[in-house]
Design a protein around this ligand. Structure first.
Ligand SMILES: *Cc1c(COP(=O)(O)O)cnc(C)c1O
Length: 449
């Protein structure tokens, strides 16, 4: 099959996500023939380092032999069964293991099949908990400025990235958006910790004033990924946990992007030593193989729904593919790799390499910041370094880096003017060096005039 023919056939029948389709009149769309490790290979034999883990899902490479074997074995046993009234071994095992590795107290696993759906579940569960507990007035949700929790209507309502939200605003439920702890906004002499503490006052005030009506606060712990990889200090999570307890409000940790080692620890919440009331996981959960998501929660939340049928307190939510066994088998194989290969510890070398190989960019006249939290490293391109004035978004400078990177064998899909690395953990130090030099050239080209 040849690439041009595939592109033509694609453009006749497909409508791609997060894409102005007209862009494909000039920007390449790339049919991929196969994947192996960090590499994606197209129909012309070109290979690309998947530096963004295919939208942050892939952890241990494409066509990973261990995950492949696990999925193949499961395929011959049971491909799928409904999860209401039925169960299966992979999902029981997976739930036991998730209970064991997530922060203390998270003892119940409720499944869905993508990240947005998990967030919807957490929102509904929080509201419904208060309803079952005789506090139906607690139905507001609080989120942070620049937050992203998915693109279904409920999750957009608790997000704050204009690109995704603005158009659909008239359709959305109202939520309370509180100015967040993003450290990019620091004053010259401020630390990230100081920014987080200062910004927490906004949250404290809202919770103090409206806590009675608030069901939950939802946050992306440590890194607001879709919001241009903005990062903040763990102290914010500590303060938030304490305040949520004080004002009797749930804390939902959306670790869909940051879970499974991305921030350097297995879960980002560990860095603040907190346990949320709900933890949403997806993306890396199956190693990037199959759609699956889960909401982990506490026994006392579960208990608030446990009653005689006639009392109608049961949680009402289901998706057809909830807890799919093939996806669970990929997740189990993924967790096995974490244990067998001591991944969190061995990633430390890669984390240092990412820092070392991009440090020189801090001096670049059009780079305002090189920031990093664990295995996520972001480089923000700006028009004016001193004032952090952004390039006009219409200039689409990030796309220029993207195109240069493709020509050099790397997939570096940017977020606006932010270039980032969020690679699979099987990447080598040499491949990180390569990515850094491709990004450096790309930024040079993209910021010229
Ligand atoms: C990707 C993402 C989601 C949505 O997950 P989907 O599977 O794309 O619906 C939600 N929250 C965060 C933090 C994410 O990064």
């Amino acid at each position: 099959m040849n690439s041009d023919e595939l592109k033509q056939r694609d453009l006749k029948v497909l409508w791609h996500p997060c894409t102005q389709m007209k862009d494909h009149e000039t920007l390449p769309m790339i049919p991929i023939r196969r994947g192996e490790g960090v590499w994606l290979e197209d129909f012309e034999g070109n290979r690309y380092i998947d530096a963004i883990s295919s939208w942050w899902v892939n952890l241990f490479g494409h066509a990973n032999p261990k995950i492949n074997a696990a999925v193949k074995a499961q395929l011959d046993e049971l491909e799928h069964v409904l999860l209401a009234g039925f169960s299966h071994e992979p999902i029981i095992q997976l739930s036991e293991q998730l209970v064991a590795i997530t922060p203390p107290g998270l003892t119940r696993a409720f499944y869905a099949d993508n990240g947005s759906s998990a967030v919807e579940v957490a929102l509904k569960m929080s509201y419904h908990y208060w309803l079952n507990s005789g506090q139906p007035e607690k139905k507001q949700f609080v989120c942070l400025s620049n937050s992203y929790h998915g693109e279904t209507l409920g999750t957009l309502a608790v997000g704050d990235v204009a690109l995704y939200k603005e158009t659909y605003e008239p359709l959305l439920m109202k939520s309370i958006v509180v100015p967040g702890p993003d450290c990019y906004q620091r004053e010259d002499d401020e630390t990230c910790r100081e920014v987080a503490i200062r910004q927490f006052e906004h949250m404290e005030k809202i919770l103090a004033e409206q806590g009675d009506q608030i069901a939950a606060v939802i946050v992306e712990p440590l890194v607001q990924c879709a919001g241009n990889m903005r990062m903040y200090d763990p102290v914010y999570l500590e303060l938030l946990r304490a305040a949520c307890d004080r004002y009797n409000v749930h804390l939902i940790a959306d670790e869909i992007a940051v879970g499974f080692g991305r921030t350097g620890t297995m879960f980002a919440c560990e860095q603040a030593d907190i346990s949320p009331d709900f933890m949403c996981l997806s993306k890396g959960l199956t190693g990037g193989y199959l759609p699956l998501s889960v909401v982990m929660t506490h026994e006392h939340i579960y208990d608030a729904f446990y009653d005689d049928y006639e009392n109608l307190t049961a949680f009402l939510h289901s998706h057809s593919y909830t807890g799919n066994p093939l996806a669970c088998s990929a997740a189990l194989a993924t967790l096995q790799i974490f244990t067998n290969e001591n991944v969190i510890k061995s990633n430390q070398k890669l984390i240092e390499k990412m820092a070392d190989s991009t440090r020189h960019l801090e001096a670049h006249p059009h780079v305002s910041e090189v920031r990093q939290t664990g295995m996520i490293l972001a480089i923000e391109m700006v028009k004016d370094k001193a004032t952090k004035t952004a390039f006009d978004w219409r200039e689409r400078r990030g796309i220029r880096v993207y195109q240069h990177a493709l020509s050099q064998g790397a997939l570096l899909r940017p977020l606006g003017n932010v270039i980032y690395f969020m690679p699979p953990y099987i990447i080598t130090e040499a491949q990180i060096e390569t990515l850094a030099s491709i990004a450096t050239e790309g930024i040079e080209i993209a910021t010229k005039t």
